[in-house]
Design a protein around this ligand. Sequence first.
Ligand code: HEC
Length: 155
Amino acid sequence: MKIIAWMAVSLLLAASAATAADSVALPKDYEKWEKSKEKVVSDKSSLFYGIHYIYVDKKAMPAYKAGGKYPEGARFVVVNYTIKDEGGKPVKGKKSMVVLMKKDAKQAATGGWLFAGFTPEGKPSGVDPVKNCYECHLKDAKDTGLVISKYADFR
Ligand code: HEC
C-alpha cells in the first residue's frame, strides 16, 4: 500500500516536472539579440564563475538603457563558459550553463519574472527558481526590477 502511494506521488512529480519543462523553453533566436561584451568572473564562489555574455531582447532594451518598468515578455539570456588560462590570459572554454529571465506577471513567487536554467545543450536543468535564482536577484536588484547587470557595463 505504502509503495503504491509513493508511486502515485512520484508519478505526480514527474508529470508536473514535465509540464514545467514544456512551458519553459530557451528562445531559439536569442543569439540574434543585442549581445554584451565578454564578462570575466574570476571569483570561484560566484554562480557565474567563468566567462559570460548577456543577450537582451528588443522589449527589454528600453528599460535596460533608461530604467523604468520592464514590459511583459521582456527577456534576458546569459550564456556562461568555463575559463581556460592561456599564457596568463583568461579565454573561454566550454559552454557550461544558460539562464533565462522573462517578464511574466503570472510568476508571482519570483517577482513577476520567470527564471529558468538550462544545460549547455539547452535542456531545462531543473533549478528551483525561488531558491536558486530569485533570492539572489532580489537581494542585489530590488530597485532595478530584479535586473542586476547594468547597461553602462554592457559594451
Ligand atoms: C548568487 C547570486 C545569483 C544567483 C543565485 C543567480 N543570479 Fe542571475 N545574475 C547574478 C548577477 C551578479 C548577474 C549580473 C551579471 C553581470 O553583470 O554580468 C546576474 C544576471 C542574470 C541575468 C541577466 C539579467 C540581469 O539580471 O542582469 C539573467 C537572465 C539571470 N541572471 C538569470 C538567473 C537565473 C535563471 C538564475 C537561477 C538559475 C540566476 N540568475 C541565479 C547573480 C545571481
